[in-house]
Design a protein around this ligand. Sequence first.
Ligand SMILES: [Zn+2]
Length: 295
Amino acid sequence: MPELPEVETIKRQLNNVIVGKKRKSRGLKSTSSSSPKRIKSVEILEPRLIKVSLKSFKKAVIGATIKAIRRRAKLLIIDLSDGHSLLIHLKMSGQLIYQPARHPELDSESHKHTRVVYNFTDGSKLLHNDLRKFGFVKLVETKEVLKYLEKEGYGPEPLEKNFAPKNFKTLLVNQSRKKIKPILMEQTFIAGIGNIYADEICFYAGVKPTRIVGTLTDEEIKKLFNGIKKILREAIRYRGSSADLYLDAEGKEGEYVPRLKVYGREGEKCPRCGGIVERIKIGGRGAHFCPRCQK
Ligand SMILES: [Zn+2]
C-alpha cells in the first residue's frame, strides 16, 4: 500500500505537471504555459471507485482547472477551480499516472486496471488505476476539507517541523501497553506510516516490532523519532518503494526497495550484523526484523 513517501512523491510530481505553475523538474516536463490546464472530459470505467453521484462528480470536474494538490496522511487532495476538492485514497493497489500529450500510447497491458481517466485540454491525461479496487475518490467542498480531515482524526504529520521529540514522547505515554509497530501504523497516532516503513523505523531504532511501548527507554524513543524523520525523508528522495504495485506519477517504480534493510528480506542477512532477518505476524500482518540487532 502506498504510504507517506509514495503519496508525497505522486503529489510533488503532479504539482509539477497538472497545476500548471512554472516549475522545472528533472523527470516530468513542466507545462510551459503559466495558465493551468483544464479538464476537458472524464472517463469513468469503474463507477464504484467514485463515492459521490457521477452527475455531481462530472459537474465538479469537467471544465475545472487544478488549483493545488495537497497530501494529508496517505490521502491526496486535489483542489478544483469550481470550489470542490477530490479526495483520493490509493489504498492497496492504486496508481495515479500522468500521461503527457503526444506521449506514445502506453500499452493496454499496463493500463488494463484503469478506472478513471481525466483528459486535459492540451491532450495530456491523468489515469487512475486500481487493480484491487479498494481505493476511492470522494468529492467535498474545498472549504469543508479541513472538517473532513478532523473527522478522520489523523495524528500529526511526521515530517512537519512542529512534530518534535517531545510530541512523540507524549503521544507514546497513552499507548504504554501496546506493541510499537502497530502503534506506528495507527493513522490516528501518526499519519502516513504503514507496514514497510514501520518495519524500517523499528530496525533503525534497534527495537523489536513487538516491543511494548511502556518498556521503551528514552534513548530508544529518541532513535524511533529520528528513524521516522530520516527514513521517510530518504524514501521520498528515492520516490518511494515499489514493493508491490506502486508506481509514481510518471509510471515508474520507486527506487527505495534496494535500500530497505528488513522489509521483505526474510531469510536474508541483516546488513548491520550479518544475522538472519525473521518474519513474524503481528495482528495478522507480517513484520520483519533482525533478532540480533533489535531488542
Ligand atoms: Zn542484525
